[in-house]
Design a protein around this ligand. Sequence first.
Ligand code: IPM
Ligand code: MG
Length: 354
Amino acid sequence: MKICILPGDGIGPEIMAEAVRVLRMLDLGFEMEEGLLGGCAVDATGDPYPLATQQLAQDADAVLLGAVGGPQWDRLAREQRPERGLLGIRKHLGLFANLRPAILYPELANASTLKSEVVAGLDILIVRELTGDIYFGQPRGIEVRELAGRQERVGFNTMHYSESEIRRIVRVAFEAARQRRRKLCSVDKMNVLETTQLWRDVAEETANEYPDVELSHMLVDNAAMQLVRNPKQFDVIVTGNMFGDILSDEASMLTGSIGMLPSASLDANRKGLYEPCHGSAPDIAGQGVANPLATILSAAMMLRYTFALESSAQRVEQAVKTVLAQGYRTADIHEPGTRKVGTREMGDAVLAAL
Ligand code: IPM
Ligand code: MG
């Protein structure tokens, strides 16, 4: 059971340290090895996803990632940006299925900007395709072209999905819905985009394999609206890479606490990369105030999906619920009457609860 640990940039190393402590405490015999991804890798090697990390990630059964990026790398060429490291590892490992749950913890009900009756009890899962779409389609670029007699720069990306790419992600979503409330909403823009007409057709065809799950379709603009109007109408949402990027940020903020949300990115054989939904928060990096719970919960997802250690996963999730009930809060979720703690103290509290 090999885990590749990639702390990354910004708050990454601080939050990762707490997740690693949790994994060690569980004493399940994991072998953990650390590598570089993102800006720290650019600084050390010139490459956001260096060969040594590729090797490490390939040999591991799972990857646990902190976060990548920061303003000091903003002026680099696109190929060297920390985000390229993230896109690179997703593509390299074939992690096409991104699971992003948005769960409202009752103790944090006031953290949402929405009325509590709209979000109370919220529990939705966004299944985002992660290795295709306009993110990876060719051709892409910025070029000078002759337009109406004058030279102009033109930017272009290609939205691209094959039938098999759509089918495999839709199947993951149907399987997930089966474990939940058996409702799947597929999100597209078929009124405008051919790619997503194909998406809808393939989703419809795949539904025949899952007669026990209710499939519906929604246009992405409407889905964005419905998510804030009445988010509890959803159980599982499946969509492409780009729409999933946007809708998952929206969904995570319904809970008001993006610092709490984990994610899993899986290949076809249970190998996965697990990371918090939030970014590297460079503004608070190094201060010991970041919330480590999303990373700890990502480790729990890893126990569940890659290692099939369901009871250990539940122990970790239960420990997180316990510390919330005990009133421990990092700054991002702090409110009057609760106990404000830093990253390390929050980790201590989770270990104590475990
Ligand atoms: C995410 C992020 C990434 C994405 C960026 C950092 C490349 O926004 O994981 O949602 O767009 O996929
Ligand atoms: Mg995003």
